[in-house]
Design a protein around this ligand. Structure first.
Ligand code: CA
Length: 236
């Protein structure tokens, strides 16, 4: 038996807050709402919700700042954050993702896309815990496996040669399918004493990885203006 899932919706526009709440409740999620960024931080600490839906434009504390503070503290760091942003605000999205937000939905959104992203973020919490314990082997439908320990990628049972940088980039994206990563995040995760990467080289590496993935090349999706993500089969 699973405990009821909980979500905190931080949004100052009542119609949007109600809409998000309605769709979450329909999925059996217990929802708390607030229009205040400061209050959101308190509630997040008290309730430790399974999901936090965060509008970026709030009357008191900016959503990016809320996100930064959540990710700064141990008690709230693991709470998945999905930002609500205006369409065309790629700079905000990049800033939010780099601040530690897990995903975003642009307004106006369709309920289907909204719920796909929110369900996905809630699921991540479970997946990432499991990954921490034995997450050395990622399997995707039994056709694609990424073995972190042995540094081996196999497609349809056949090993595929990747450079160390390519492997690290693929692993970084694949360990959290559906989560967009910015180029800077990719750079800092694979950066080592022997690798110096620029934003442009990231794109070149991604092209090489896609080519080597062959029929699975679609697994790495480009998120325009933001970065890349490993597909989870959901709409972007
Ligand atoms: Ca707002």
């Amino acid at each position: 038996m699973t405990a009821q899932r909980t979500a905190l919706v931080v949004e100052d526009e009542p119609e949007i807050a109600d809409l998000v709440k309605f769709h979450l409740q329909r999925e059996g999620v217990e929802v708390t709402t607030t229009r205040s960024g400061r209050r959101a931080l308190e509630i997040a600490r008290e309730l430790s919700p399974d999901l936090l839906v965060l509008d970026l434009m709030l009357p008191d504390l900016d959503g990016l700042e809320v996100c930064r503070r959540l990710k700064e503290h141990d008690e709230t760091r693991e709470i998945p954050v999905v930002m609500l942003t205006a369409r065309g605000s790629e700079a905000d999205i990049v800033a939010g993702i780099e601040m530690g937000a897990d995903d975003y939905v642009t307004k106006p959104f369709s309920p289907r896309v909204l719920m796909a992203r929110l369900q996905n973020a809630m699921r991540k919490r479970v997946v990432s815990t499991v990954d921490h314990q034995d997450g050395v082997l990622l399997r995707f439908g039994g056709k694609l496996t990424i073995d972190k320990e042995r540094h081996v990628l196999t497609c349809n049972g056949k090993p595929v040669e990747l450079t160390i940088t390519e492997f690290d980039m693929l692993y970084m994206l694949a360990k959290r399918p559906g989560f967009v990563r910015t180029r800077d995040q990719i750079i800092s995760s694979v950066h080592g004493p022997l690798t110096v990467l620029s934003q442009r080289t990231i794109d070149v590496h991604i092209t090489a990885i896609r080519r080597k993935l062959g029929e699975f090349s679609d697994a790495i999706e480009t998120v325009r203006g933001v970065g890349y993500r490993f597909s989870d089969g959901q709409p972007i």
